[in-house]
Design a protein around this ligand. Structure first.
Ligand SMILES: Cc1ncc(COP(=O)(O)O)c(C=O)c1O
Length: 378
């Protein structure tokens, strides 16, 4: 049987939760979405959660809330899923690609600084693969200049920075619930924010700019005439999805603990492969190990793609490492400064299977292929 790169942990609770919503007759955005928002906000120590249809939608909404638009620049890593850069383009602004740190694969104050200009309207920091970025140094750079930070925390639910959950550091922060992420709702995202006015406007914007939600009108005893205060979007999550998310949230701590234990086991089994760099906690935070990436040294005996092929032949579904948006045809017409660390990491890295329920034998199968390719004896 193939070892998948990721497998969501879905069970009887999710089935029961969805059945309950179906039986209720209200399947669109409603009370389950509101409960899921509260649950996420509680878990990440933020004042408000605003559920949306995807993290990509949430990133776009966050930038829209900040007033980012044509003529603006937003600094982003190229080394990220392409949604990060695409969300900037959706506003009409220009993504400016900054390089990343070799150890964390994240933006740092040092890589952001050369990209600043008088058109910089925001910095979008990605906690790549769940590894928290160094927010303090980034805030020291952006704060005095009045540049807002948006956190793309698609992968970082359950990660911490300086002892506090990602989502609690005062920026608009957006999570994803795609099945490759820590918990899933099938598709879905959540913007978390502290300001009451920001939360109210985000709620409006995700629902066509309406000042009364469809559920509030449905639940009202009398007729309610809604107004459309500004042009908005349809970025709503459904109660079916939120019910699954609530069931998943009941297991968040167990999921993160298990991923950390399994990652530690990979680290132990791979520590003596010469030059192999493996994902690890940074000095100022903890990762949820959303992805277990490894970077092959330049003198590794086989290429990254050959190693992927060998893993595939052994029944292991690994993936190339984090992509680089600037190397994709979609961004071929863009100009950018040299991104040497990004280019090395994207060409030399791969993601090994890690999911709740991966067995010792699965991990040993993965590791044995890597060790054989590295020509490490025993
Ligand atoms: C860093 C990052 N940002 C954004 C996204 C987009 O998330 P969604 O699929 O929920 O729109 C992803 C998903 O893979 C991601 O990894």
């Amino acid at each position: 049987m193939t070892v998948p790169v990721m497998r969501p942990w879905l069970g009887a609770e999710e089935l029961e939760a969805v059945t309950e919503v179906l039986a209720s007759g209200w399947v669109a955005q409603g009370p389950k979405v509101a409960a899921f928002e509260e649950e996420i906000a509680r878990a990440v120590h933020a004042n408000h959660g605003v559920a949306v249809s995807s993290c990509t939608a949430g990133l776009h909404l966050a930038l829209h809330l900040l007033g980012v638009g044509p003529g603006d620049e937003v600094i982003v890593p190229s080394l990220s899923f392409i949604a990060t850069a695409n969300s900037v383009l959706q506003t009409g602004a220009r993504p400016v690609f900054a390089d990343v740190d070799d150890a964390t694969q994240n933006l740092t104050a040092k890589t952001i600084e050369p990209c600043l200009s008088d058109r910089t309207a925001a910095v979008m920091v990605v906690h790549q693969a769940g590894v928290p970025a160094n927010l303090t140094a980034i805030h020291e750079l952006t704060g005095p200049r009045g540049i807002p930070v948006v956190e793309d925390a698609a992968c970082a639910l359950g990660s911490t920075y300086q002892g506090a959950p990602i989502g609690s550091h005062g920026n608009l922060t957006v999570f994803s619930f795609h099945p490759r992420k820590i918990i899933t709702t099938g598709e879905g995202g959540m913007v978390v924010v502290d300001g009451d006015d920001s939360a109210a406007r985000l709620r409006r914007l995700r629902e066509h700019g309406m000042n009364q939600s469809a559920f509030a009108r449905h639940a009202s005893s009398g007729p309610v005439l809604e107004a459309y205060l500004e042009p908005g979007f349809n970025y709503r999550m459904t109660d079916l999805q939120a019910a699954v998310g609530l069931a998943q949230m009941g297991r968040l701590d167990v999921i993160v603990a298990e991923r950390r234990a399994r990652a530690a086991r990979y680290q132990e089994l791979l520590w003596d492969v010469p030059g192999l760099q493996v994902v690890a906690d940074p000095s100022d935070g903890t990762t949820n190990f959303q992805s277990f990436w490894v970077v092959l040294p330049d003198d590794f005996p086989v290429t990254r793609d050959e190693l992927l092929a060998r893993l595939d032949q052994a029944g292991v579904s690994a993936r190339r490492g984090i992509m680089a948006a600037h190397l994709e045809p979609a961004y071929a017409a863009s100009s950018f400064e040299p991104l040497p660390v990004t280019e090395r990491l994207t060409s030399r890295s791969l993601i090994l299977p890690l999911f709740h329920g991966i067995t010792d034998a699965d991990q040993e199968r993965v590791v044995s292929v890597v060790r054989a390719a590295a020509e490490v004896v025993a």
